[in-house]
Design a protein around this ligand. Structure first.
Ligand SMILES: *[C@@H]1O[C@H](CO)[C@@H](O)[C@H](O)[C@H]1NC(C)=O
Length: 265
């Protein structure tokens, strides 16, 4: 995983472990929680048996595995173009968060995520901010705002124990690598891996979601400990999850090595 993340590099290493604490205006709320309990609005046409396939604020794929078996997760995607949804209020800043994670779904004690905040402000300016988040604990924003819409980026998390590891973000278009060591206060369960587009919840309310061109994670993979040692697996057996608020907002397709997440008109 690491070797692949590094092999995509063709330029200089931009910065390692360089963070700044952005102003509140620049940052999204730190909460990264999947809200499945309180689907907003009528779930028209969705039988309750199908409810596990929907989330208020996550769309993507979740791979469930045995406890203490997941070591790595990775995926490559293109930073999507952002716009105000047709008929949507143009006044607020709108955003989406794209990430890969370990234990984001079912582990009560800890999780680690790595991704980008994509924000389109009301004046049309786009801010793209890479971050990682070992929970419980604060989110860390990397001091790098130069990744652009259309850039190919690779996210990779590599646990080296149940309480620490490394995160790597490669901007394949610029040829830059950001990396950091993470440590979790509590033990990771290492039992699920995710590839997700999230509508962030801040102070209990959904932040206005931006219209994004489809996000396709390619070379999506996880390293899972099996009978014969660690093996790389794709998301083929992962559970697809769609975002549903007052309507179905996404169309997710999971392949052997890809997770496609489209915003629905
Ligand atoms: C989202 O943007 C695309 C263009 O990228 C557009 O075709 C589509 O209609 C938009 N959807 C909504 C709901 O605004």
């Amino acid at each position: 995983m690491l070797a692949r993340a590094l092999s995509t590099l063709f330029g200089a290493i931009l910065a390692a472990s360089a963070f700044t604490e952005p102003s509140t205006q620049e940052r999204l709320d730190t909460a990264s929680v999947r809200d499945t309990t309180a689907l907003h609005g009528p779930r028209s046409g969705i039988p309750s048996s199908e409810a596990p396939r929907y989330s208020v604020n996550w769309a993507g794929a979740i791979l469930h595995a045995a406890a203490e078996s997941v070591w790595d997760v990775a995926g490559t995607f293109t930073i999507p173009a952002l716009s105000t949804p047709v008929g949507g209020d143009t006044a607020p800043d709108r955003s989406a968060r794209v990430w890969v994670g370990i234990d984001g779904d079912t582990c009560a004690s800890a999780s680690v995520r790595l991704g980008y905040d994509l924000v389109r402000s009301k004046n049309g300016a786009v801010r793209i901010t890479p971050w990682y988040h070992a929970q419980p604990g604060p989110i860390h924003f990397f001091d790098d705002s130069a990744t652009a819409v259309g850039a190919s980026v690779t996210l990779a998390i590599s646990a080296t124990s149940s309480s620490d590891g490394m995160v790597y973000i490669t901007d394949n278009t610029r040829g830059t690598l950001l990396s950091a060591h993470f440590a979790t206060r509590n033990r990771l369960c290492r039992q699920d891996a995710e590839w997700v587009v999230e509508n962030v919840i801040s102070d209990g309310a959904l932040v206005p979601l931006v219209n994004f061109t489809a996000v396709t994670f390619t070379e999506a993979s996880a390293v899972v400990e099996g009978e014969h040692g660690p093996a790389e697996v794709g998301p083929g057996d992962a559970q697809a999850l769609n975002m549903f608020q007052t309507r179905l907002l996404t169309d997710v397709a999971v392949g052997a090595s890809s997770v496609h997440i489209a915003y629905l008109s």
